[in-house]
Design a binder for this molecule. Structure first.
Ligand code: FAD
Length: 325
């Protein structure tokens, strides 16, 4: 057997919440499923970083679930112990809903969803194309995955690039719809503080003006042993500063956060999310981009833009595959 070549019924690209939800449902239905992700661990934008004794959720800080949610609520029992309530937020002016955070961190939610799945991390797919009636995904390392069906959950521009590299031409209508999906970027500063910040409990604050969209106190949130804040920049600031000196952009954000820090900064890092959140998600929960062999495109760009929608999209993609729609 060629150890560099693997055959599965369904290949799921991406071990973020949407890919993991799709993979769980398909595996439970008896399909042989492989999940690949270029990251060192699972989670995608459910991301956690450590700097010394400090712990930061530097992707989504939390999520809320809609009343009619078919996302994470469908596996709520499975997530017991790995999520806890953390404040509330106004969802699209429809009233306040509880927010949930991962226990101990947001990436733990993804780890729990990945339980029992065959996940290949640190595998970056370079191209996705058709060969002899099956999908062939080729990794940068040369490793090859062959599948009857693919669920593609990377941010949509990344999926389109993989298909282009694989020489696969989407039907015009699909291409136009997918190519129109844009994402807001997000520059994110993780700062370890000398003393506790001035952010009030439960540890999240959204300034009304300035370059910061949200400040999260990770110690108040209950995930960091030492004072540590995450600063998420606004989409406007992030776009404007994307190609500029990152250290300088970080300094500007730290300066803007001064009124809520109330402490000297011990050390800090900055991360850029090129695909932070989709700007204009499609109303549909997934897109059947090719019927046979099936290619289903899913993720938070479908019914998005948040964690719960991504989960719902993954679940809907799996349901569509299982029902042959
Ligand atoms: C800063 C920030 C703040 C946010 N705040 C909130 C919030 O408050 N509430 C909320 O609900 N949501 C929030 N979100 C959005 C939320 O995180 C996402 O909607 C959700 O996590 C998306 O999940 P996904 O599975 O669709 O995509 P992702 O999590 O992006 O998963 C896609 C996966 O595909 C992998 N991948 C990409 N290309 C390849 C390749 N070539 N080969 C292999 N693997 C590949 C990536 O590594 C990634 O793991 C926030 C996001 C960010 C970045």
């Amino acid at each position: 057997m060629d150890s560099n070549r693997q055959e599965v019924d369904v290949l799921v690209l991406g071990a973020g919440v949407s890919g993991l939800m799709a993979a769980r449902a398909l595996q439970q239905a008896g399909r042989r499923v492989g999940v690949v992700d270029k990251g060192r661990g699972v989670g995608g934008r459910l991301a956690t970083r450590r700097i010394g004794d400090a712990t930061f959720d530097h992707g989504a800080p939390c999520f809320s679930t809609g009343e009619a949610s078919d996302g994470l609520r469908s596996v709520w029992h499975h997530l017991a112990g790995s999520v806890t309530e953390w404040g509330s937020e106004d969802v699209d002016g429809a009233g306040r809903r509880p927010c949930w955070r991962g226990v101990p961190t947001m990436s733990a939610v993804a780890k729990r969803l990945a339980d029992g799945l065959e996940v290949h991390t640190e595998v970056q797919i370079a191209s996705l194309g058709l060969d002899a009636g099956r999908w062939v995904a080729t990794a940068v390392s040369g490793r090859v995955f062959v599948a009857e069906t693919v669920v593609a959950t990377p941010p949509v521009p990344q999926t389109l690039a993989l298909l282009e590299a694989g020489g696969f031409v989407l039907a015009d209508g699909h291409r136009t719809r997918l190519a129109a999906i844009g994402y807001d970027r997000c520059l994110t500063v993780m700062a370890v503080l000398e003393n506790p910040s001035l952010v009030p409990p439960p540890g999240s604050l959204s300034p009304v003006a300035g370059p910061i969209e949200r400040i999260t106190d990770n110690r108040l949130k209950g995930i960091s042993a030492v004072p540590a804040v995450t600063l998420h920049a606004t989409p406007g600031f992030s776009l404007e500063h994307w190609d500029l000196d990152r250290l300088e952009s970080g300094r500007i954000l730290l300066e803007a956060a001064t009124p809520w820090l109330g402490s000297a900064v011990r050390t800090w890092q900055i991360h850029g999310w090129r695909y932070g959140r989709p700007r204009a998600p499609l109303a549909c929960r997934h897109l059947l981009a090719h019927a046979s062999p099936a290619l289903v495109v899913a993720g938070d760009a479908f019914g998005g833009p948040g964690v719960d929608a991504a989960a719902g999209s993954g679940a809907a993609a799996a349901a569509a595959i299982l029902s042959g729609r």
